[in-house]
Design a protein around this ligand. Structure first.
Ligand code: UFG
Length: 320
């Protein structure tokens, strides 16, 4: 029986598919290729379809014993401009997927949630007991689906894990897959563009935050560490357990720290420009990852330098 990786042609989903295969799991990728890339699913069975296509999903589920759901829209800014798109895909269509799963024999479900469910945290590092009060529609859609999983888990014996990702970054060591968004809004790929002369400078969104160097602090976690947590999540589900947990490193890095690391690793100067704060950016988001470490016997192993060196290798390959 296979693991159905829904959204497996996307950034995090494709890394999960690769790690699953390395650990000996059979994998089927299901993706509508709306933001995913066919190349990221190369070498895997790829079924092109939408999460709301009940018949197509039901058919493939007969060959699966678990589902990982990565397929979602994930731009915070766009979710503010166009909440309808976010609620339709990340909630309505995702619930159709979940109901199709419930009509099959599959009862193991792993969901890509986000630290955006916490909104502005009351305390950093953030534990899972921090109130879930999202401050944008993207976070609200992820919270809605987390709530559905909890209720389905109680009522219908579904086993689930909701993984609240902090800042996913980096690329697979093979150099074959990595991050590719259009438009790109994430810090590390944008720093690379500035280093490669593809943009005049990196805009640093605010240097007057109450942090040591005035720039925002985030918890950057290597995408392969995230992927490995998903495999550990499957083993956890096999024990009959369910939970929601943070996936982060527990270490915070400022925007300036990341720029300095890119300069050191790439050997290129990164021109920067101090810009206005970006609306809705909390000064500091750092995970307390101890629950995942305890429940999954998993720990993020890769450093910021490994994040940047793998991502840099991928960025250079794509432009060579
Ligand atoms: N930043 C800049 N300049 C840029 C881009 C980003 O200074 O050009 C800063 C941001 O202000 C932020 C940090 O770099 O402090 C990281 O920004 P990203 O856009 O890379 O990531 P976010 O922390 O905003 O977003 C991540 C995930 C989202 C999730 C969100 C939760 O990508 O999916 O965390 O807050 F919703």
């Amino acid at each position: 029986m296979a693991v159905l990786v829904v959204g497996g042609a996307g950034y995090i989903g494709s890394h999960a598919a690769h790690v699953l295969r390395r650990k000996g799991y059979d994998v089927i990728i299901y993706d509508n290729l709306c933001t995913g890339h066919k190349e990221l699913a190369e070498g895997f069975e790829l079924i092109v379809g939408d999460i709301a296509d009940t018949a197509k999903i039901a058919k493939v589920l007969t060959r699966c014993d678990s589902v990982m759901h990565f397929a979602a829209h994930a731009y915070v800014g766009e979710s503010v401009q166009n909440p309808k798109k976010y609620f339709h895909n990340n909630v309505t269509a995702a619930l159709t997927l979940l109901d199709t799963v419930m009509e099959s024999r599959v009862r193991k479900f792993i969901f890509s949630s986000t630290c955006a469910v916490y909104g502005n945290p009351v305390k950093v590092p953030i534990t899972e007991s921090n109130p879930r009060q999202p401050v944008n529609p993207y976070g609200a859609t992820k919270l809605a689906f987390e709530n559905a999983l909890e209720a389905y888990g109680r009522a219908y014996a579904l086993r689930f894990v909701s993984f609240r990702y902090f800042n996913a970054a980096g690329a697979d060591e093979s150099g074959k897959i990595g991050e590719s968004h259009d438009p790109e809004t994430h810090l590390i790929p944008l720093i690379f563009q500035a280093a490669q002369g593809k943009r005049a400078a990196l805009d640093i969104f605010g240097d007057d935050y109450p942090t040591a160097d005035g720039t925002c602090i985030r918890d950057y976690i290597h995408v392969t560490d995230l992927a490995e947590a998903h495999v550990a999540g499957l083993e956890y589900l096999a024990k009959g357990e369910s939970a929601a947990m943070n996936l982060g490193t527990g270490e915070g890095c400022s925007v300036k720290d990341v720029v300095a690391a890119v300069e050191r690793i790439s050997g290129s100067k990164v021109p920067t420009h101090i810009a206005e704060r970006r609306m809705g950016d909390p000064p500091e988001l750092v995970a307390d990852p101890s629950l995942a470490e305890k429940l999954l016997k998993w720990k993020a192993k890769r450093s910021l330098d490994e994040i940047i060196s793998t991502a840099w290798k991928w960025a250079q390959k794509r432009t060579s």
